[in-house]
Write a protein that binds this ligand. Sequence first.
Ligand code: ARG
Length: 588
Amino acid sequence: MATLATSTGGSIRQELTSLFGASISSTFPDAGVQPSVAQTNDPKFGDYQCNNAMALFAKCKGKEGAPKNPRAVAEAIVAGLPASDLVESTTLAGPGFINVRLSRAWLGRHVGDMLVSGIGSWAPRGQARKRVVVDFSSPNVAKEMHVGHLRSTILGDCLCRTLEYCGADVLRLNHIGDWGTQFGMLIQYIADKRPGGLSAAEDEDVADLQVLYRAAKARFDADEGFKAAAREAVTQLQGGRPEYLEVWRRICAASRAEFQRIYDRLGVELQERGESFYNPRLQATVDALVEQGVAVESDGARCVFFEGRDVPLIVQKRDGGFGYASTDMAALHQRLTEERADWIVYLTDAGQAGHFEMIFAAGRRAGYFPKDREVRIDHVGFGLVMGEDGKKFKSRSGDTVRLVELLDEAKARCRTTIKERRPDISEEELEEATSAMGYGAVKYADLKNNRLTNYRFSYNEMLSMQGDTAVYLLYAHARIAAILRKSGKDVAELAKSTKITLGNDLEVALALHVSRFSEAVEEMLTDLYPNRLTSYLYDLSGVFNQYYTECQVIGTEEEDSRLLLCEATAVVMRQCFHLLGITPLYRI
Ligand code: ARG
């Protein structure tokens, strides 16, 4: 029988919330209380708990015919609950907590239905607005993409995947820094090196952008004449001088190729829309802000001031030039109007939180936000990546770590581990397994931390086979895959004809935890913390281990039903991996 919970794609908690909501609004129509349902920590108290009675009592107290105490309120709520095959029983506890025990038959059916209709049927709906712009990764041209950008890339990709899973139309934007003052310096440096004319500039000039950047920067800092020439070169570039534009294009192309190598390895898709895209809009954007009185002249510059902040948002510099903030204002406007975004998410280091607060506030003052729809806007900040010693993350030689080398190293270390366990593995399979594990480990180590804390990059920790690592989880998944293989049965086919029967507490606990996947996704979208999903996944593997230690699967009377529980666990684990951007392994 189709139930509401599966047909709407909502989570169990959502389903219970609407049941309690219906009861509360019919029993206490004037209270204006939002139903609140949570998972219980201890199965002793049932599976979920509704905590509204106490607050409702406080609201009704003293009114005519009001219940005598919170417990009486709870009783009234329970009496008003609509009939549902999801709830097996309710009990009252303490001053007025309502504990809910789910029907075991319903739970088994719920998991079985998912196996037939696919994990897509468990995607929570309603939270992911339709059109979502996610601005992430966003490295700067001609500068090395550093670990901070890696963090933005990994976190951003995970959020995009989750939003996509929930049915959103996601625009993944790479807001690369391709229009800053650094270009004047680079172009002037190349111009000096090639007095014969810039058209002769060969790609070798831009082959190693880090080297070029360093050399140009050293000269910029040491040579006043060069500095002045570099400033003039920026103005000429922005004015559209053709040979300068050509060099700019070459530099961008070389950077783009370098960034793309990282994205390809990590399996991250991004659409490039760099700062230069907004250049033609900057003057009009700033003029409009001034006309509206949102920006004012200050010391020759044009600024937006905010109460309680000492530094304003500078939208046009004294020399008429535009900067980071001008571009972000134009980008915000473009995303709200032309892209018609319902939700915009920016991922950068936490240090930029103040910048984005000002951008959002200025946008509100200037009337950028539409009247016909509600828009959610978030800056998703994150902490720094530190070295194993807790200091700034550097390579052995003291330079910034090149991301390609970092990823190579993670892979190389996995190679040894896998070869030790499977000496006969084919080269092709080994390559696949090392990529999945190496990149998976780097991503997982980043995602599992609360994003706001600084995180310590340690190969040893992230590649450990024990504990909360991708390696451990990939092994756990492969072990379940092995059980399913060993059964010799087509488990997907089996799901169509066999019911899942939850005969003991461990089976119930596993089915319940599997079902809570939707809630983990929901929670992650509430405040955009991917570590909610990683800790769900890690717990799932723990609950499965307990189940598997106690419940023999193959060769028992319950074999078919238990195989289906194994399959459901594997399906959910794979979906978690997918959302985290990790490739699952079936055999390691
Ligand atoms: N390029 C910037 C940096 O490296 C990040 C850009 C973030 N996006 C934005 N719209 N400002 O810090």
